[in-house]
Design a protein around this ligand. Structure first.
Ligand SMILES: *Cc1c(COP(=O)(O)O)cnc(C)c1O
Length: 415
């Protein structure tokens, strides 16, 4: 990455449109809503072509003209890659699909989840703007990404997690140099702690959508997807929705790409997938509401989407509506079953959140909300290896090491 002036012109309150200056550290707007970065898109379109960008090596930093980092020295490189689109042939056959079911496997990114995209941007901007300490609430993956990028940048990081966060997440966060704390509460309770501590501790609060940079990293999923599909978009995108950064970010990316003439006006239907034990967006969608009420007693195996309240709720719902998509909840049992099927038949170990999108796709096929001839992209946001799996191996009797002839059928049974 060479030095370049950013094409950022200003920031804008996502609710009121009030403008804010670029190149300064921001959290929420004065009105208390997420801020979005705006670019001189005509300038970007004059500066580079989509073919030039596609020809660059490496992961999402190749879209640097559409990102806010000014000085390339502030980029922290952990080996970001273009994540593959993997077809689920077995699922296609089972459901008689003539279209395509593609999984965008984000588990291949540094720290094993797509949170790397957002935190790479947030930490690079923090470095550029002189931040020395960052804090966030996390269900696991965001904290791991913050820890890794911040430690590498020499920035201190503090992560607050619900006590039942998957243990491996707490361990990776700690090992990657962050201060990690657990509380008996949910992610929004953790967020309150960060908010309270920020002024006296000097933390830059990097909670989801409470600063404007993570979403810029997440939007690169949409640019990358368009490039991978030859500058077209799929018919439907199934996105496991927690705080919604990825869904909102991709929707923003599509608008920017169209403005530059890199894609046309066709848009995927955006489907916000949640777990039935924590489905505030689905409830708001069904009620036709602008905002979502907090979901009480949230519980699901899909930790990454256990988000009872999201500050960007209206942006998620707006994108879903504009796209002609919908919001849908899936049961934990359906998540586990979809995860087992994809792993055993397609050789792809999804995280529970990713499996939720497969379950939602199958539900959508059955309900006629998705056509068998459509091209569908499911987001697998994290490595399946980070989550508990059922115990599986059978123990063979000690006598098998005796070197005697044996009855294999009797020994192994039909397992
Ligand atoms: C964070 C996370 C999500 C939710 O992503 P948002 O863009 O914040 O809605 C989904 N799955 C996994 C594995 C996550 O870590």
């Amino acid at each position: 990455m060479t030095d370049h002036a950013t094409f950022v012109t200003h920031l804008e309150c996502s609710m009121t449109g009030t403008k804010y200056e670029a190149d300064r550290l921001h959290n929420l707007s004065a009105e208390g809503w997420p801020l979005l970065l705006r670019y001189d898109l005509d300038g970007v379109a004059r500066a580079v072509t989509r073919a030039e960008v596609a020809g660059r090596r490496g992961g999402f930093w190749k879209y640097r003209e559409l990102l806010p980092v000014r000085n390339a020295d502030n980029v922290i490189d952990l080996g970001e890659v273009v994540t593959p689109l993997i077809r689920l042939h077995a699922s296609e056959r089972e459901h008689g699909v003539s279209g395509e079911v593609l999984v965008k496997d984000e588990g291949r990114l540094p720290t094993g989840s797509f949170k790397a995209r957002g935190l790479a941007l947030a930490v690079a901007m923090a470095r550029e703007l002189g931040v020395q300490s960052m804090a966030m609430p996390s269900n696991g993956n965001a904290g791991a990404a913050l820890a890794a990028y911040a430690s590498r940048a020499g920035i201190e990081s503090y992560v607050f997690c619900p006590a039942d966060t998957p243990p491996i997440n707490l361990q990776e966060i700690a090992l990657q140099g962050a201060h990690v704390f657990c509380i008996d509460g949910l992610i929004d309770d953790c967020g309150r702690l960060v908010r309270e501590g920020a002024p006296s501790m000097g933390w830059f609060d990097v909670s989801t959508l409470k600063e404007p940079y993570r979403i810029e990293g997440k939007k690169t999923m949409g640019i990358e997807l368009a490039e991978q599909l030859g500058w077209t978009l799929p018919d439907v995108i199934f996105y496991p929705t927690g705080g919604g950064t990825g869904l909102i970010g991709m929707w923003k990316a599509f608008a920017e790409l169209e403005h530059m003439g890199w894609i046309g006006s066709q848009r995927p239907r955006m489907v916000a997938v949640q777990a039935s034990g924590c489905a505030p967006m689905v409830r708001a969608w069904e009620e036709g509401a602008v905002h979502a009420r907090r979901w009480e007693h949230a519980a699901t195996v899909a930790a990454g989407i256990r988000v009872p309240a999201a500050i960007g709720d209206f942006l998620i719902l707006r994108a879903v509506r504009e796209s002609g998509g919908y919001a849908v909840a899936v049961e934990d049992e359906a998540i586990d079953a979809a995860r087992a099927r994809a792993a055993s038949r397609d050789g792809l170990l999804l995280c529970p959140e990713g499996a939720a999108t497969l379950a939602a796709y199958e539900q959508g096929l059955a309900a006629g909300q998705v056509g068998r001839d459509e091209r569908v992209v499911l987001f697998n946001c994290g490595s399946g290896l980070k989550y508990p799996m059922p115990d599986a191996a059978r123990h063979l009797p000690d006598s098998v090491t005796d070197g005697q002839p044996r009855d294999w059928a009797a020994l192994l049974g039909d397992g």
